[in-house]
Design a protein around this ligand. Structure first.
Ligand SMILES: Cc1ncc(COP(=O)(O)O)c(C=O)c1O
Length: 457
């Protein structure tokens, strides 16, 4: 006989359902056993027939019981063991984003540099003016308004004549790389710059793709290294992390290489081109390309914030058509709310003002940092390199040292720092100094730590 007591916290049918389910799981009600009729159980428990019926229906839906016409309800066939909970092993996930008091490897933007008040004003405008648009599904490539704004921006500031239909918006360059692998094919032989952007390496690895390391000379990728590759990735405006700017002659050689075969592509990652500090920027490979071999990529990670997760790529027309034919089943990964706000930000001229303001700020910060460095006791021990483009520069340590000991001593003192070796290079004596999120006070402290560590090595 089923005897259960009820409380006031949950609906009665739900309590009855749970009691019977638990009894089935514990084997108290066994497979094939007939349950009391709705009416008799209701009477026995002093509840309504409808309550019992609802509980039985729920058990029926979940397959714990079955009904036989004109006969009643029966417990389904189960092995009681299948309900036994196996104790799960406690586990701890490794935190891949360790926090240091000073992080010279961080690409973050400091909060004082994000245009919060304008962003808030534009977000409000978007929320009141585009309520219908925000609820509609958007094209795979991203909202029309943002793609138009980006096309106009590229035309005015990078001299790239592109249509909105060539632009694909995605949540970060790294996500767009996955799309590109799907678009260009896993049969391609990919080549990546070494040293270079490590995330790329991880992405190609995750797809089990064989990638060829492309070692660099002073001008960037060597054309002689391209014999057995078909798709290459490059950062010609400001190579990451060595900082070299690829000269025009080398850009032309890469284009010549790509032109030799139909299915050869150059992926041009222009990730921090907005922040060239001296001289005129060189034309992107995309603008020099006459035969649809270059894919242009850029991101708002450097210009706005690494947490905003908005990037885009510009495909040559035949790839834009291929994308539309084969990959338009995907939904765009950036929320339309953010896309509308960013589109307003660009179209109303705030982006250009923000970039100009940030370029001046970063230029001043870089100069202040370099002055601090040249006036410090560390200066005689180092050589400053590639400080004229982008948001990082290099610091070569003149003395010999033990790399592991150096890095771990810095970590112990709360300083996170990377060398070219951490990006796949051989050189473990050249440090990469990212300064976008660094305060002068922190940099001063970093200099002191570096000096102390080097003196004691
Ligand atoms: C070479 C390079 N490309 C792209 C990015 C930006 O990637 P994402 O758009 O995924 O933030 C970075 C970030 O630092 C980078 O160093």
């Amino acid at each position: 006989m089923l005897t259960y007591t009820f409380n006031d916290h949950k609906p009665l049918y739900s309590q009855l359902y749970s009691y019977i389910k638990t009894d089935i799981q514990n084997g108290i009600l066994s497979s094939g056993e007939k349950l009391p009729s709705k009416r008799s159980l209701a009477k026995q428990l002093n509840i309504s027939t409808i309550t019992v019926e609802n509980a039985y229906l729920q058990l029926l839906d979940e397959g714990f019981i079955y009904a036989l016409p004109r006969s009643g309800y029966y417990v389904s066939k189960f092995h009681v063991q299948s309900f036994e909970k196996k104790p799960s092993k406690p586990f701890l996930l490794e935190d891949h984003h360790k926090h240091y008091s000073i992080d010279l490897s961080s690409h973050a933007t400091s909060a004082e540099n994000f245009p919060f008040s304008i962003w808030a004003k534009l977000s409000r405008q978007v929320l009141s003016n585009h309520q219908d648009d925000l609820m509609k599904s958007m094209p795979t490539q991203g909202t029309t308004i943002l793609r138009e704004a980006i096309a106009q921006y590229l035309n005015e500031f990078r001299n790239l004549k592109v249509s909105k239909d060539q632009i694909i918006i995605g949540a970060g360059t790294e996500y767009l790389y996955s799309l590109l692998i799907q678009l260009l094919g896993t049969h391609q032989n990919y080549g990546i710059e070494v040293p270079g952007y490590r995330t790329l390496h991880h992405i190609y690895d995750a797809y089990n793709l064989h990638v060829k390391p492309l070692y660099l000379d002073k001008k960037g990728i060597k054309p002689s290294s391209l014999k057995d590759v078909s798709v290459i990735h490059t950062t010609p405006s400001h190579h990451f992390p060595t900082g070299i700017t690829m000269p025009l002659s080398r850009r032309m050689s890469l284009l010549e290489w790509a032109n030799e075969e139909k299915e050869r592509y150059i992926i041009e990652d222009d990730y921090d081109s907005e922040f060239r500090m001296m001289g005129k920027p060189l034309p992107p490979l995309f603008s020099l390309d006459q035969s649809e071999h270059v894919i242009y990529m850029n991101t708002f990670t450097k210009s706005l914030s690494s947490t905003i997760r908005i990037s885009y790529m510009v495909l040559p027309p035949h790839l834009a058509i291929r994308f539309n034919d084969h990959l338009s089943f995907y939904n765009c990964t950036v929320s339309s709310f953010e896309q509308y706000t960013l589109a307003y930000f660009i179209q109303e001229g705030y982006f250009e003002k923000h970039i100009n303001r940030m370029r001046n700020k970063y230029r001043k910060k870089r100069n202040d940092i370099l002055s601090l460095l040249t006036e410090s006791p560390l200066y005689p021990l180092v050589h400053i390199k590639e400080e004229n483009a982008g948001l990082h520069f290099l610091l070569e340590i003149k003395q010999d040292y033990d790399y592991d000991h150096f890095i771990s001593s810095c970590h112990t003192k709360g300083l996170h720092i990377k060398t070219l070796k951490d990006y796949g290079g051989k050189d473990d004596k050249t440090l990469i100094i990212n300064y976008s999120s660094l305060s002068l006070a922190s940099f001063k402290e970093a200099i002191t730590i570096l000096y102390d560590v080097l003196k004691k090595l």
